[in-house]
Design a protein around this ligand. Structure first.
Ligand SMILES: [Fe+2]
Length: 157
């Protein structure tokens, strides 16, 4: 492992693809959204956008929710949860609420909403808490419990 390629990110996880060294959000968005690009390159753009952060990066990531790839979309939802940015909440609510969306994506959107912890998402999580798809129902239950747990912790201090 060379020194300039860390094996873990600041998020404490090993990414499935190393973040791209590019820093221009628009260029990264184009790579991420290009259905002709290799998935590895798109993932590298995705993790670069996560590391850059901010509203512009969140918007660029959300742009690729139009992608054909459930794998990519689930990864987008995952990094939005890691970013813990409330700007991502409306996008995640939209993915969770889309019953035509892949279950893996909806599951990850619910988890990300729990991780972000913005209670704006609570109504949506409650709505799908007893969904007929166990994966969705369970994901929403965990997200709700996580938010309530974080809130009870913050009240202790
Ligand atoms: Fe997950």
């Amino acid at each position: 492992m060379s020194e300039d390629i860390p094996d873990t990110s600041e998020f404490g996880s090993v990414d499935p693809a190393p973040p791209s060294g590019m820093t221009d959000v628009e260029t990264l968005r184009e790579i991420l959204c290009n259905e002709e690009s290799k998935m590895f390159a798109r993932m590298r753009a995705l993790f670069a956008l996560r590391n850059i952060g901010g509203n512009e990066s969140v918007d660029a990531l959300a742009n690729a929710f139009d992608s054909e790839s459930a794998l990519l979309k689930h990864e987008i939802a995952y990094v939005m949860g890691q970013m813990q940015d409330s700007h991502a909440v409306p996008y995640l609510i939209e993915r969770l609420s889309d019953s035509d969306e892949d279950l893996m994506v909806r599951h990850e959107a619910a988890e990300a909403l729990g991780a972000i912890g913005d209670r704006v998402a609570m109504d949506t999580l409650e709505k799908f808490r007893y969904d007929s798809e166990p994966v969705i129902a369970e994901s929403c239950e965990v997200a709700i419990d996580l938010m309530n747990w974080v809130q009870s912790k913050s009240l202790e201090y």
